[in-house]
Design a protein around this ligand. Structure first.
Ligand code: HSE
Length: 381
């Protein structure tokens, strides 16, 4: 199967190199930006790809919603298979693209959009066919895991850790999506769509690691706690809960052993119980390998990952609750039900009573809107 590639950045170069030796696949034209064509197989217009009748599939690794969505729609309308690593595209327009693919008989696969090389969505799609999935959770962003690990184990500061993660090709073009938790949330949106047929397009709660300081890291370490950015989703009535937040684990918890750019993705099936998958969640070849895996699945006949009838819902996080570790001003601490004061001074460090995810994130928004500074992290019970 001749495969065209859209994008020639970190992952695009990896996909092209892997296509050169992948079984049953061959490299077709590669779309690059105007003025960036340096190889004979480079083209600068999608029309050049659509004009080639030998191209049967297209792998998109350019990122961003536009022009990726317009391109994806045209490719699927032409009956060609479309495989992508683009979580922003799939979270925003996946349901529409799935509908076009079903109408034209083309494949629309996106397991590379979640977990880098970790075959999370791939296995989830299969598991959801035969078991009832109860919940999803895990470390789904390689950049922030790399940063948290570096800050905790090598004492690197936030800016230094982010620079390293960017240099290693883990971060998005705009790393705000990584550090704000948005990238991990998009992956959970896709996980919920694949597992539950409900894509939480609005209402998800998203807290990243931007407010974590070197002082916080020191304090947590002194208490024997390790911070990880955890993403969770599960059915909630007719909707789903879906949220991302820093979470603290006691030493010895499996999450503490997830180092560098690794991800750890977990699902619980009614019959199979918990299944955990771990591997490199970001980077050129781990992510390229997931794109190639999806193309192999196309060769084997797979056409879709969303279940039939998948629909957009508003997330409901009112039923999820945890005690939280918080660092904030003494005045702001009065906005929360404090169970235990850990330290006082210019800043207060404390543990709250169990608070719903919806309420904790809403209070954080209010504190910050009023100019306050706050770090919070769920305490894993
Ligand atoms: N920026 C993403 C991450 C890339 O760090 O996880 C892989 O999805």
């Amino acid at each position: 199967m001749k495969v065209a590639v859209l994008g020639y950045g970190t992952v695009g170069v990896g996909v092209c190199r892997m296509l050169a030796s992948a079984r049953g696949l061959s490299l077709g034209p590669v779309l690059v930006r105007e003025g960036k064509a340096t190889e004979p197989f480079h083209v600068t217009s999608l029309d050049d790809i659509l004009a080639d009748p030998a191209v049967e599939a297209v792998a998109e690794v350019m990122g961003g919603i536009e022009p990726a969505f317009t391109y994806a729609a045209r490719i699927l309308e032409s009956g060609r298979h479309f495989v992508t690593a683009n979580k922003a595209l799939c979270a925003a327009h996946g349901i529409e693209l799935d509908a076009i693919a079903r109408r034209t008989g083309a494949a629309f696969l996106f397991s590379a959009a979640c977990g880098g090389g970790v075959p999370f969505l791939h296995n989830l799609a299969l598991a959801a066919e035969s078991d009832s999935i109860r919940s999803l959770s895990g470390i789904l962003n390689g950049t922030t895991n790399y940063m948290l690990d570096a800050m905790q184990s090598s004492g690197l500061d936030y800016g230094g850790a982010l620079k390293e993660a960017q240099a290693l090709g883990y971060a998005e073009a705009d790393p705000t999506a990584d550090v704000s938790g948005l990238d991990a949330m998009r992956k959970m949106q896709l996980g919920c769509a694949v597992a539950f047929g409900r894509l939480p397009q609005t209402g998800a709660a998203c807290e990243g690691i931007e407010h974590l300081t070197a002082e916080d890291v020191k304090d947590l370490q002194a208490r024997g706690l390790t911070c990880r950015l955890i993403t969770r989703g599960r059915p909630a009535g007719k909707s789903v809960s879906a949220y991302v937040e820093p979470t603290l684990f006691p030493s010895g918890a499996p999450e503490c052993s997830v180092r560098k750019n690794y991800n750890m993705a977990r699902y619980v099936g009614e019959n199979v119980g918990p299944i955990v998958l771990m591997g490199q969640g970001a980077g050129r070849f781990p992510t390229a390998s997931a794109v190639i895996r999806d193309l192999s699945c196309v060769l084997q006949g797979q056409r879709a990952m969303f279940p039939v009838g998948c629909s957009a819902v508003e997330a409901d996080n009112s039923g999820e609750e945890h005690p939280y570790y918080v660092r904030l001003s003494p005045a702001d601490s009065r906005r929360l039900p404090i169970a235990k004061l850990l330290s006082a001074g210019e800043s207060v460090r404390a543990v709250t009573e169990p608070v719903s995810v919806e309420r904790m994130h809403a209070i954080a928004r209010i504190i910050r809107k009023d100019g306050g500074d706050l770090f919070f992290a769920a305490l894993e019970e």
